[in-house]
Write a protein that binds this ligand. Structure first.
Ligand code: GLC
Length: 434
């Protein structure tokens, strides 16, 4: 146990040392961070060859599929129903402000027209269209940001450094060549950042694959430096499950709200960078044919509210089907969340975490002179809110518009809640004396 802990610490140290040292974000990057934080809600899309097998995006390594066999899937990737306009329309109507798309996942297949390898959607599949371009163009047309997920690990390329996953995919270990692999990644990132318009973020994943090899150098200084040179406003986000390294512009958490760690991937400290939590609508990232267990709309709304109350964004995942459609269950969730945000968006977008830390009854968000109490678990007829120093001018039930009685002292305010009118989130708006 001790040994593992030591290994993890030294891995974190050597990684941090290798990140973009002396990084000073450009003014357009600072503005982009604020925009990102104001957006509060994005949709994650995990789509690739793995959708054809319907067992999630890890199927290649989980089933030890030979990389030459896996490539044959590309010949069947026709996705006749893929329509970027329909995807982005449903996502925009859900109230999401950006899309994060898997340009290349761990199976190494590129969903864009890269010149660095013919193992890509245009050259190797009957679909034959640049999915990344269609999505990026459509997002721009509909006013959404586009973020690119980009895997640092690759189970398909023979030159890719071997980590703890992808070891059974039949590659010749003598062909491992980190220099060639990093050149490939830098060339691909250059394509993504020069040929697809403004990119909101590059979202890296896979650092954890080398956690048993603490000396491993991910060359993050070069990767981050390249991104910031090509597009200074582009945010660098890295799903490494550690405290942020220099050169990163936002911090992401996997399957847990900032400060919580129920899934075991989020024990890292919460930084002062903009925060984001990625979570799935069901249990899977990539399409899994047996996973129809989608969370109800109310639960997803409460998750979004929980993220906002902790000062973070929700990046909510959908795994599109192999035919190119978004699952019906996902479309229903998108519509439900959209309906809620249509009515209550002002309590989420452009807010900060409120003055009260998360409580058993719920969370708070704040914008200007308004504090929003998001009551997720109905306490009783009265609610004490420890506002410490803030003076309340008025309290209103959001849905009914009813004025609520309250009394206050230096510790906070006690509000008479009246009738419970709304699920999943009963919102009380406090107007604060400025
Ligand atoms: C994990 C999984 C990866 C997925 C990611 C999304 O890192 O390994 O497959 O893309 O989470 O957060």
């Amino acid at each position: 146990m001790k040994k593992i802990l030591l290994a993890c610490c030294s891995a974190a140290l050597s990684l941090a040392a290798a990140a973009q040292s002396g990084y000073v974000p450009a003014s357009e990057n600072i503005a982009a961070r604020q925009q990102f934080a104001d957006d509060r809600f994005g949709i994650f899309l995990h789509w690739g060859l793995y959708s054809l097998l319907g067992q999630g995006e890890w199927v290649m390594t989980n089933q030890d599929i030979d990389f030459r066999e896996y490539r044959k899937l590309a010949g069947a990737f026709a996705a006749p129903a893929f329509n970027a306009h329909e995807w982005v329309t449903a996502i925009r109507q859900a109230g999401a402000r950006y899309v994060c798309f898997t340009t290349r996942h761990h199976d190494g297949f590129s969903l864009f027209d890269t010149a660095q390898s013919d193992y890509n959607v245009v050259d190797a599949s009957p679909l034959g269209r640049d999915v990344v371009r269609e999505l990026a163009d459509e997002c721009r047309r509909q006013g959404l940001g586009i973020h690119f997920y980009y895997s640092l690990i690759d189970w398909w390329r023979e030159d890719a450094p071997r980590g703890r996953t992808g070891r059974g995919t039949g590659r010749d270990p003598r062909k491992e060549d980190a220099d060639a692999y990093f050149d490939f990644m830098k060339a691909q990132l250059t394509e993504l950042l020069t040929q697809y318009g403004p990119v909101g973020a590059i979202w890296f994943d896979g650092v954890w694959d080398q956690d048993q090899n603490p000396g491993f150098d991910w060359r993050l200084d070069e990767l981050y430096g390249l991104i910031h040179r090509l597009q200074p406003a582009c945010l660098v986000i890295n799903n490494h499950h550690l405290a942020p390294f220099e050169g990163e512009d936002a911090q992401t958490f996997e399957r847990d709200l900032p400060g919580e760690n129920s899934a075991g991937l989020s024990g890292q400290e919460v930084s002062r960078l903009p925060l984001e939590t990625c979570q799935t609508m069901n249990h899977s990232w990539g399409y899994r044919i047996t996973d129809c267990d989608y969370k109800p709309v109310d639960e997803l709304v409460r998750y979004l509210v929980g993220a906002a109350g902790r000062g973070g964004n929700l990046l909510l995942n959908i795994g599109p089907q192999p035919d190119g459609r978004l699952p019906e269950a996902a479309l229903e969730r998108l519509a439900g969340i959209g309906e809620w945000l249509e009515r209550h968006g002002e309590t989420i977008y452009g807010t900060q975490a409120g003055p009260v830390t998360p409580r058993a009854w719920g969370v708070t968000t704040r914008r200007g002179d308004k504090v929003y109490l998001h009551i997720l678990d109905w306490p009783d007829t009265e609610l004490f809110v420890p506002l410490q120093g803030l003076r309340v001018r008025q309290a209103t039930a959001c849905d009914s518009g009813e004025r609520l009685d309250f009394r206050q002292n230096d510790d906070g305010v006690v509000i008479r809640l009246g009738e419970r009118t709304a699920t999943p989130d009963h919102i009380v708006v406090l107007t604060i004396r400025q």
